[in-house]
Design a protein around this ligand. Structure first.
Ligand SMILES: [Zn+2]
Length: 153
């Protein structure tokens, strides 16, 4: 998933394709890939800076923190953004940026949503209502936390 900065002139360059799910190199337990990573990006030059913007899409499976079943976990990122300042390499590989961006948006802990009878829709196991149902932490929260960090600086 490389491009050459010298190919980016005044025109916006589009780049799209797929990467194998294994690119994510997931080592943590309770998470696995379930398909390719599709990307649709544009690269543009603003003076000496290169700006890459676009969308990423992939499918993962997360293990339910409650009953250990695997839950399909689609990921859609529509604000992928990386900038490159000089000195620019002759060839820039975006694979690691894509990997990091997806991993940043993963929840810290996933749990299935129980149905009205407090059963896991996948395993059928029943959980009494006393168990507080924790909402899985979505990527948005991660960004909010990051934003707060930035304000503190
Ligand atoms: Zn479950």
């Amino acid at each position: 998933m490389k491009f050459n900065p010298s190919d980016i002139g005044d025109e916006i360059v589009s780049m799209s394709g797929t990467l194998p799910g294994e690119t994510l190199d997931l080592k943590e337990q309770g998470i696995r890939t379930d398909g390719e990573i599709a990307y649709r990006l544009t690269i543009q030059r603003e003076e000496e800076t290169l700006i890459v913007l676009g969308k990423l899409q992939t499918k993962l499976q997360l293990q339910c923190g409650r009953c250990l079943d695997w839950i399909p976990w689609p990921i859609e990122i529509d604000d992928f953004c990386v900038t490159f300042e000089p000195p620019l390499a002759t060839s820039i590989d975006l694979t690691e940026n894509v990997r990091e961006d997806i991993i940043l948006r993963l929840p810290l802990r996933a749990a299935c949503e129980l149905d009205a009878e407090h059963r896991c829709p996948r395993s059928g196991k029943s959980y009494p209502p006393k168990d507080a149902v924790e909402t899985p932490m979505q990527g948005g929260d991660v960004w909010q936390s990051l934003d707060k960090l930035k304000i503190k600086e």
